[in-house]
Design a protein around this ligand. Structure first.
Ligand code: CMP
Length: 142
């Protein structure tokens, strides 16, 4: 089915100047960017986005990292977009990520792992609504 998912290019990858290289991976996989914005998240925005991880030991470091520089947030649309994006991102820990995946090629650690992607249809809907108003989505008309 055609799905939408959130993708975030994290501060480490923005700092490495690989936004375009990562966008190419999405396009090569047949995913369309139907919305995008660059943001420097506030602490409150980052804490709210990752609220599900609030009790985890890595939460404070995660939030600190996510507000350390700008991020690029996009909505990807396509057939099986949620799983497809997770496949091209690779495993959460870059050390476990398959060769040729975004995290294998652009990330160095589980804390600074270049990209985030929604993990289910429910979280995708929540995460899209967290960053975008409905009228900010621009599906293709041609
Ligand atoms: P992300 O998909 O953005 O979701 C939460 C992030 O927490 C995750 O990617 C990792 O970058 C980070 N993180 C740090 N330590 C861990 C851990 N032990 N397990 C899962 N995620 C972790």
């Amino acid at each position: 089915a055609v799905e939408r998912t959130i993708s975030i290019i994290k501060p480490d990858a923005v700092a490495k100047n690989v936004i375009g290289a990562i966008y190419s991976r999405f396009e090569q996989a047949g995913l369309q960017i139907v919305a995008a914005k660059m943001l420097h998240l506030s602490r409150e925005q980052a804490e709210g986005f990752y609220a599900v991880h609030r009790e985890r030991g890595f939460f404070n470091d995660l939030v600190g990292f996510m507000i350390s520089g700008p991020v690029m947030v996009q909505v990807l649309e396509g057939e099986d977009a949620i799983l497809k994006n997770r496949e091209i991102m690779g495993a959460t820990n870059p050390k476990d990520a398959a060769p040729g995946t975004i995290r294998a090629d652009f990330a160095v650690s589980i804390d600074e792992n270049a990209v985030h992607g929604s993990d289910s249809p429910e979280t995708a809907a929540q995460e899209i609504a967290y960053f975008f108003q409905p009228n900010e989505l621009c599906p293709r008309t041609r």
